[in-house]
Design a protein around this ligand. Structure first.
Ligand SMILES: NC(=O)c1ccc[n+]([C@@H]2O[C@H](COP(=O)([O-])OP(=O)(O)OC[C@H]3O[C@@H](n4cnc5c(N)ncnc54)[C@H](O)[C@@H]3O)[C@@H](O)[C@H]2O)c1
Length: 254
């Protein structure tokens, strides 16, 4: 028995990076996957990869900050696969800027995509999950939600995802809908390419990593798979930190 046999999963931002790995992993584990992304070309490529490996998937063009797009995603999913069991709110953006230099337009864009997108997603999909007798929602936050040292708008948005996830977990527990959140540390994807190009930043980041390596999409993907699957049926409102030990602290002695 595969770990997601018979499940229908929507993964946002699944055209690239962590979401793309999760889409392929979920399909391998037996789920029918709705691969959504604002980058439709990449989403379509992931669907072709899944189909070439005998999996089931469709691609949907989706801007997570648009309520109308979310309604279309739900309609398309129900029309194609008949139900929704899993939602992974993975899509996100990252911008580097000192707090004093963040414009209001940049602040609003960050909040709209990284926080409001997750809110609309849950609000739009929960009625279908209720009808289906339950579901599992996994919201991708960041260790930037748990401590300072990142960029103000990104941290604030991800901190919002953290409290939103717990609120939803409590509100929908009696509907058998579980809501958990994941806190990746530095994972090597396009999102952080620019930061890693800077030698000093690279060195500083490595110094904060007890396991002495940057993360891979697989490191997060298997955690998300656990929370999405029925193996975690007693887990809701939880926080899964996947960060090579960064949040545990730094060594004080050699
Ligand atoms: N990479 C890291 O170090 C890291 C660390 C902590 C948290 N995260 C979080 O993990 C998640 C996945 O990031 P990733 O590292 O795979 O980055 P990525 O840039 O490789 O992938 C992000 C995907 O989201 C899509 N996207 C962007 N804006 C969108 C929108 N408005 N609507 C729909 N799709 C949109 C992009 O097209 C892309 O396919 C994000 O929420 C990110 O904040 C990443």
């Amino acid at each position: 028995m595969r770990r997601l046999e018979g499940k229908v999963a929507i993964i946002t931002g699944a055209g690239n990076g962590q979401g793309a790995f999760e889409a392929k992993l979920f399909a391998k584990e037996g789920a029918s996957v709705v691969v959504t992304d604002i980058d439709f070309e990449s989403a379509s490529q992931i669907v072709r990869d899944i189909e070439n490996n005998h999996g089931k998937a469709i691609a949907v063009h989706h801007d997570i900050s648009s309520e109308l797009d979310w309604i279309k995603v739900v309609e398309k999913t129900i029309e194609t696969f008949g139900k929704i069991d899993i939602l992974v709110n993975n899509a996100g953006i990252h911008m580097e800027s000192a707090m004093s230099e963040i414009t209001l337009a940049e602040w609003s864009k960050m909040i709209e995509i990284n926080l409001t997108g997750t809110f609309i997603g849950m609000q739009t999909i929960i009625p279908s999950m209720k009808k289906n007798g339950g579901g599992s929602i996994v919201n991708i936050a960041s260790i930037a939600a748990l401590r300072g040292g990142s960029f103000a708008h990104y941290s604030a948005a991800k901190g919002g995802v953290r409290s939103l996830s717990k609120t939803a977990a409590i509100e929908y527990a009696r509907d058998n809908i579980r809501v958990n959140s994941v806190y990746p540390g530095l994972i090597m994807t396009a999102l952080v390419t620019e930061a890693l190009e800077n030698e000093v930043t690279r060195k500083n980041l490595m110094e904060q990593l007890p396991l002495q390596r940057f993360g891979k999409v697989e490191d997060v993907g298997y955690g998300v798979l656990y929370l999405a699957s029925d193996e975690s049926s007693f887990v809701t409102g939880a926080e899964l930190v996947i960060d090579g030990g960064t949040m545990a602290g730094a060594r004080l002695t050699e």
